[in-house]
Design a protein around this ligand. Structure first.
Ligand SMILES: Nc1ncnc2c1ncn2[C@@H]1O[C@H](COP(=O)(O)OP(=O)(O)O)[C@@H](O)[C@H]1O
Ligand SMILES: [Mg+2]
Length: 574
């Protein structure tokens, strides 16, 4: 919790005012029963109308102030609580933005969503309530106890039985509820996980007719959540009638003993009435305390989950005075090996290659042969496990990460567009690009041929994830977006797999002719996409099986020959 406290800084005034105002409300709550007893014992007993009216008016004023302070306190509490939560959410979101790919592998997306929404909300609510209850309960209890003892110390002995009794009941129930609340949180996570996975893949689910199966999986987790929630809640529900029972029993005892004192004349009737009110207040305060602890329980689980995000350090670190400018697009792998975090096997083994600036490098190999892994190391999406990678003659680790990624355009195998307009998506590549520059990039990527047909052109809407475009269209838009960066190195990871052969050939041609000075990596399934490359790497099980141009590989590489022959026959590839 201490780690989160700095986020309260902006709202500190509200966080302090809320409990102070709350104390004032408690004072009003305590004065009112006292005034009431005066009205009964002095005003009514002496038939003094003036006194009754005067004291009654003071009572009304106290009540109005009480309400006023109460409302203000709630308002300040809400501002502090939800402001605090918003602050934490913002910082956690920024932290997630700084996560490396390895960090993202570690947290699931659904769990991150739950943390940024549910958990932050819970922290806000709990803070709001804590600010008020943590002060209200003890003060109410203290003041009411003092008043009760003042009125009649001997009668106040009932507290000696009632308070410990309630304390024991509360402790037992809370200790039983605690593990249930923690369990509930992880069950919520499981339901969120399956909801998220299913909804992102809903089209696949439908096309495979797996709805029934998915409903079953969902039901199982949903039921588990319901059962745990029910168990936890029934414990809490049980708490209230039992507490009420104790409260009423205490009132009965007070009426019994106090009633005798009133008949004898050692206690005023008004005093007895206000005494009962104070008893209710003391016991209410105890209930509030129990409720407060329950809230804390809920909050502490959420705090823990947020702290986990904030404490995650990205292992992709920058050196103290990083280089900003890439000299050229040359690349050298020196004895590079790579293992995914958490995996025992090396995914890349002893890679040694040298690529001159401006060369076109094709990479081919079966799926899982580590083609994507090989190129992900250049913009430091992951760091090498052993060896080093030089870009423009310097180790990638010496560069400022932002500059490196600006100059190395990477079109991910699983690329997406974001909701907004086409123009907005293109501006990701270059913030201040003119429409002409955008159109030029679209033309190079062979995307202008379909974009130019839209009535609204660059203002055309892009739905979330780019779902209103075909796979091949999305790929071409992604290429255009990357080209706008005018990078020194461009990496196309299977970026034309969904584009027809003719268009693919046009893209390859324009990349070669227009972007001769840019080092280009083309990962492809089709030999035709990389045939023209200066160099072709044939990947096999994390190693470079052979390395050369098309003609050389046709003579030397059995794997390359096999791929070539199979594609000539049209078995694989299309
Ligand atoms: N994020 C990841 N965490 C752990 N293992 C991974 C991850 N991504 C890929 N791998 C593993 O690394 C190997 C190479 O994957 P990849 O480079 O994507 O192959 P390709 O692009 O050639 O199809 C595969 O065996 C895959 O299971
Ligand atoms: Mg791949």
């Amino acid at each position: 919790m201490r780690k989160l406290l700095p986020f309260m800084k902006k709202y500190i005034l509200y966080a302090i005012s809320s409990p102070i105002l709350m104390i004032l409300e408690v004072v009003a709550d305590i004065i009112i029963p006292y005034l009431m007893s005066r009205i009964v014992d002095i005003g009514i007993a002496n038939r003094d109308i003036d006194y009754i009216v005067k004291t009654g008016l003071i009572m009304v004023v106290a009540a109005i102030f009480g309400i006023l302070f109460g409302v203000l306190s709630s308002h300040c509490g809400a501002k502090a609580g939800y402001g605090f939560a918003a602050e934490i959410r913002q910082v956690a979101f920024e932290k997630v933005q700084s996560f490396s790919f390895a960090n993202l592998d570690q947290f699931s997306v659904s769990s991150l969503i739950t943390r940024l929404t549910n958990d932050c909300n819970t922290i806000g609510q709990v803070t709001m309530m804590s600010l008020r209850m943590a002060v209200r309960a003890p003060f109410l209890m203290l003041f009411a106890l003092i008043m009760a003892f003042n009125i009649n110390a001997s009668l106040a002995k009932v507290f000696m039985i009632a308070i410990p009794l309630l304390g024991i009941i509360i402790t037992i129930v809370l200790s039983k509820a605690r593990p249930l609340f923690i369990k509930m949180q992880s069950r919520v996570d499981r339901v969120n996980a399956i909801t998220q996975e299913n909804l992102t893949g809903i089209r696949v689910v439908k096309s495979f007719n797996r709805q029934k199966h998915e409903e079953g999986r969902f039901k199982e987790r949903n039921d588990a959540l319901r059962d745990t929630a029910l168990k936890a809640i029934s414990l809490v529900i049980f708490l209230f009638p039992v507490m009420n029972l104790v409260v009423y029993a205490t009132i009965m005892a007070v009426l019994w003993f106090g009633g005798q004192q009133v008949t004898v004349g050692t206690m005023g009737g008004g005093e007895l009435i206000s005494f009962i009110t104070y008893i209710t207040q003391v016991l209410m305060a105890l209930m509030l305390i129990s409720f407060f602890f329950m809230q804390l329980l809920r909050g502490s689980a959420s705090v823990k989950r947020i702290i986990e995000i904030l404490n995650t350090e990205t292992e992709i670190k920058e050196v103290s005075s990083p280089v900003k400018e890439l000299k050229d697009g040359s690349i050298q792998y020196k004895n590079v090996s790579f293992r995914y975090p958490g995996s025992s096997e090396r995914t890349l083994k002893n890679i040694n290659i040298e690529i001159k600036s401006g060369e076109i490098v094709g990479i081919i190999g079966s799926t899982g042969s580590s083609k994507s892994t090989l190129v992900q190391l250049i913009p430091r999406l992951y760091d090498v496990t052993e060896g080093s990678i030089l870009v423009g003659g310097r180790n990638v680790k010496e560069y400022d990460i932002k500059s490196l990624r600006d100059q190395v355009a990477f079109i991910l195998q699983k690329n997406t567009l974001f909701s907004g307009t086409l123009r907005e998506n293109m501006l990701w590549g270059k913030e201040n690009a003119s429409d002409e520059q955008i159109i030029n990039a679209l033309k190079l990527a062979q995307a202008w041929e379909f974009v130019s047909k839209y009535d609204d052109g660059l203002d055309h809407r892009v739905e979330q994830g780019g779902d209103n475009f075909s796979g091949g269209q999305k790929q071409r838009l992604s290429i255009a977006r990357a080209l706008l960066k005018s990078p020194k190195i461009i990496i196309l990871d299977d970026s034309t797999s969904a584009v027809d052969m003719t268009t693919d050939a046009k893209i390859q041609k324009s990349l070669k002719e227009e972007l001769g000075h840019i080092t280009t990596f083309i990962i492809a399934q089709r030999i035709s996409s990389i045939q023209h490359a200066d160099k072709i790497l044939v990947m096999h099980e994390g190693e470079i099986e052979s390395y050369g141009n098309h003609e050389m590989l046709m003579k030397q590489s059995p794997i390359y020959q096999e791929i070539y022959i199979s594609q000539q026959k049209g078995v694989i590839g299309e």
